[in-house]
Design a binder for this molecule. Structure first.
Ligand SMILES: *Cc1c(COP(=O)(O)O)cnc(C)c1O
Length: 387
């Protein structure tokens, strides 16, 4: 699969026009990603987990494609509400909700929730009597990059008791959910979770509870430096098992990184060079407190395309702030560079700008939409070749 990737000429023209650092978002890539998942998992409702990249233009695009949204806070619900997204299209999928989150859910009419503890039942029943709830089950997945099951999900042995208590509290006990962990490169964990959920659906039926929704969460992967997962094949394999075990159940998925990860490229430039302790250092105009926040929050290793060929050296890459924590990579192999050299960072859309800060007075990196600026950039490139 070919993902959105700017050419060297486009990188130069964009840097000339907008200066750096600059994030370039392709809404066409967002659409392709959404459709690939939708085609391989027909009739699965796709709830985009907006925490991965809450850019308004991504949300509008997914809204026009008929998407749904996974939200986790008062701010996310308010934002979608202001964009005109119907509250029926949102699930408040944070197992431990804040008071203001519950209040906003009530005010804007969000009535679908997930939970994984007894203490949450009364909170939901009080804020939204009769609300629709899914119980989050813990699943173990050694293949995930970020293991969300350390923080969330009940052991299947405790599930029936919590479902029963939620029902007694007057909630609409509708089903189960799980999250196999972020960047899961195999369908195995999903399939194991599906089997475990089937057993719980049957056991719940025995107790008089007709579960009818299953939410398989997020975790679908994006390409890494060493691996390009085949998401179409993975989704199709998972879907086959879904329909085998849950022929009539309403199925939801909550992809985050997969939808937005490949749709954004970063253009950054070398603003300083030095040699320290016998290693070459490069300072870039975007750093760990900015777009590269994914190095910390998402344990991500980014590809740096320098458009140079030749012998590589191990180098340290640091960001522009005055904090010594602001180092993205050590011993990263690169062709030697100079001040002013531009670097393209592809697959930069998930857990990057979403977790960027304005620490030290560096503004968040501007985001332009490729399909909106393309024509002007193209004209510039043609002028350059003509001249
Ligand atoms: C973060 C999150 C997601 C999205 O995870 P990805 O790995 O980005 O796909 C989905 N569901 C829940 C509940 C989450 O917290």
């Amino acid at each position: 699969m070919k993902y959105f990737r700017l050419s060297q000429d486009a990188v130069k023209a964009l840097a000339d026009t907008y200066s750096t650092p600059l994030l370039v978002l392709s809404l066409e890539q967002i659409e392709l990603n959404y459709k690939l998942l939708a085609e391989n998992m027909p009739d699965v409702k796709i709830y985009y987990a907006i925490k991965a990249n809450p850019d308004e233009r991504i949300i509008r695009k997914l809204d026009t494609l008929g998407g749904y949204f996974d939200v986790a806070s008062d701010g996310e619900m308010r934002m979608l509400n202001q964009l005109g997204i119907d509250s029926d299209r949102m699930v408040y999928a944070n197992p431990v909700k804040t008071n203001s989150g519950l209040k906003v859910a009530h005010d804007v009419g969000v009535h679908k929730f997930t939970f994984d503890s007894e203490s949450e039942i009364e909170k939901m029943a009080t804020a939204t009597p009769g609300g629709t709830v899914l119980l989050r089950i813990r699943v173990d997945n050694p293949h995930a990059l970020v293991d969300l099951n350390k923080k969330f999900g009940v052991h299947p042995d405790e599930a029936l008791e919590l479902l029963t208590k939620a029902k007694a509290a007057g909630l609409d006990v509708a089903g189960l959910c799980f999250h196999v962990g972020s960047q899961s490169t195999s369908s195995e964990a999903y399939i194991a979770a599906l089997k475990s959920c089937r057993k719980l659906f049957d056991a719940a039926k025995g107790l008089g509870m007709q579960l009818h929704i299953l939410d398989i969460g997020g975790g679908f992967p994006i390409p890494t430096l060493t691996e390009e997962p085949d998401v179409a094949q993975m989704a199709a394999a998972i879907y086959k098992v879904i329909r085998q075990y849950f022929p009539d159940t309403e199925i939801w998925a909550e992809p985050g990184r997969y939808i937005c990860g490949t749709a954004v490229n970063l253009i950054t430039q070398v603003i300083g060079t030095k040699v320290r302790n016998n290693q070459q250092w490069y300072f870039l105009d975007d750093g760990l407190y900015g777009t590269f926040s994914g190095v910390i929050f998402d344990h991500w290793d980014f590809e740096l395309e320098t458009f140079k060929t030749g012998k590589t050296i191990p180098a340290t890459f640091a960001g522009p702030s005055c904090d010594s924590l602001d180092i993205m990579f050590r011993d990263k192999h690169t062709v030697p560079m100079e001040i002013g050299d531009l670097i393209l960072v592809p697959n930069c859309g998930a857990y990057t700008s979403a977790s960027a800060t304005v620490f030290n007075g560096f503004a968040k990196t501007q985001i332009v939409v490729w399909e909106e600026v393309y024509k002007a950039i193209q004209a510039k490139l043609e002028l350059a070749t003509a001249g």
